[in-house]
Design a binder for this molecule. Sequence first.
Ligand SMILES: Nc1ncnc2c1ncn2[C@@H]1O[C@H](COP(=O)(O)OP(=O)(O)OP(=O)(O)O)[C@@H](O)[C@H]1O
Ligand SMILES: [Mg+2]
Length: 284
Amino acid sequence: MPVIAVVNRKGGSGKSTFAAHVAAWCALQGHKVMLGDVDRQQSSRNWLRRRHADLPHIAPWALDQKNMLRVPTGISHVVLDTPGGIHGFELARIVMFADAIVMPVCSSLFDRESAAACHAELMALPRIANGRCRLAVVGMRIDGRTRAAEVLRDWSAGLGIPFAGALRETQLYVRSLERGLTIFDLPPGQSQIDLAQWEPILDWMRPILQPAQAANDGDTDAVAATRIGNSRPDSLMPAQESLIHGSRLSVLSASRPAATQSNPGVPTLTRVAESLGVPRFLKR
Ligand SMILES: Nc1ncnc2c1ncn2[C@@H]1O[C@H](COP(=O)(O)OP(=O)(O)OP(=O)(O)O)[C@@H](O)[C@H]1O
Ligand SMILES: [Mg+2]
């Protein structure tokens, strides 16, 4: 099950906008996609409520009586929207869960500085450093009349992060989202420029979202992504694993006993994960 997480600790960088679009694109491809909202603002969940039932379906996370968020049964793709300011164990937890992290970054100096700090923290996580969880930057709210996209591309190159593409600043995004839509749901004539801007971004994500298809197309990156996907110690099992809406992860399956508070205070991620009852598949 491909999992794409949209991460940037800078608030307002376009995470929810980007996550909604990736989920809508997956839905249009016929995938059973879930848009998971790890953000307490619940922007993505609120947006989903505006989405018309006739549109390609995007599932929200189901909340059970214990206020736990579950991956619904039958889901084939997961997109995670995350909050601004995410760091530390919260960030590590997302990386353990994801096959790829996309970081939407606006072009200002402050945005780049904040994203660079987020990138440095990501690079300290083994799954990012060894490439098992892939990472790319997307330029967000780019003014096409300026050198903003070029500046961001150079900045990404300087940090060694793939630059998947850039999306322009346009009210089309704002107005679409207000109606529960994305650019992908509009008649193509209304969104040609934007659809073209999404192409390189989707090209970067396709090997992760559609590994079998991309492998058939002879994409070597895709073959690598398939291998990465297959190498998970345990696949995600719908309704067995969940993210708790709060401060820890847990397994809902009755067949797996809850972890005890062993090894408290030992400063390794695995130990921390053990003590918090992180499911086995998240330890990698
Ligand atoms: N390409 C775009 N063109 C114009 N406006 C945009 C674009 N992308 C995002 N926006 C607007 O920018 C604002 C912030 O976007 P969004 O809510 O997606 O950011 P965020 O990173 O999820 O914020 P937060 O950190 O608060 O969760 C919103 O008002 C959104 O409509
Ligand atoms: Mg948001």
